[in-house]
Design a binder for this molecule. Sequence first.
Ligand code: AMP
Ligand code: MN
Ligand code: MN
Ligand code: MN
Length: 276
Amino acid sequence: MTHYDLHCHSTASDGSLSPNALINRALEKGVDVLALTDHDGTEGLAEASTAAAGTTLKLINGVEISVSWHTKTIHIVGLNVDPANQELQQGLSALRQYRQHRAEEIAKRLDKAGIAGALEGASKHASATMLGRVHFAKFLVETGHARDMNDVFKRFLVRTKPGYVPGQWASLEDAVRWITASGGQAVIAHPARYKMTATKLRALITDFKAAGGVGFEVASGRQHPEEVKVMARIANQHELYASCGSDFHSPDKQWSELGQITDLPSESTPIWQLWQ
Ligand code: AMP
Ligand code: MN
Ligand code: MN
Ligand code: MN
């Protein structure tokens, strides 16, 4: 059986392994097909591709685009994107610029809450082009303001807490268009995590499909099988292809290890059927 992991992160976004180390770990964990899907950028793909060459691992060029849809932040994974595509890169580059601006705003707000030096502190943990909340979280843990990552995302950087900045990301239509224009397939990432009502989720899917989206991440990491079944049913109702991915960020998060993903139910139509 071929083992697919179609969602993970490297140091090119907020993951803690370099693309090279990530490929080696994926091989160790028995992954056959891996999509590297860094947030709002494709910088890690060249190194990952070099690392995967000559191994048994097939690398899929991916990305995870941040989207603002109504009041929510939604993530759209792109699979088989062409990193050389101009429209895609222009879109991603605007998002990374916004990230820089948001980072300054986060630092200002932390400063007002009595935490100085956050921008410099977070930047030390980040690649040159992608600054995210995880990098601030590492700074807050390192400086003793929080116990661990979980603690950070309870007490900082989220709605009503110090350092929160409401995101202004890409539109759903733009994100799906950039992915599709570059030859890729757009997938709604970790749908169960948005805590949407069924009605809201249906509205999201309607807009997503109208924009050209084709996939639904039916299984995200070691999600409960019952929840995966619910997601599979929704995907089938809307004729979306099923994707699956660990959303791996770091080896110290044991619950999101590379390749450790609840199986897709047999009634799902896996997205890789499109690739064969
Ligand atoms: P950003 O795109 O910069 O706003 O950061 C979003 C990222 O923060 C996600 O992709 C996760 O890596 C991380 N994150 C969000 N919520 C949590 C949480 N509760 N615990 C750990 N990491 C989180
Ligand atoms: Mn992340
Ligand atoms: Mn995500
Ligand atoms: Mn992710």
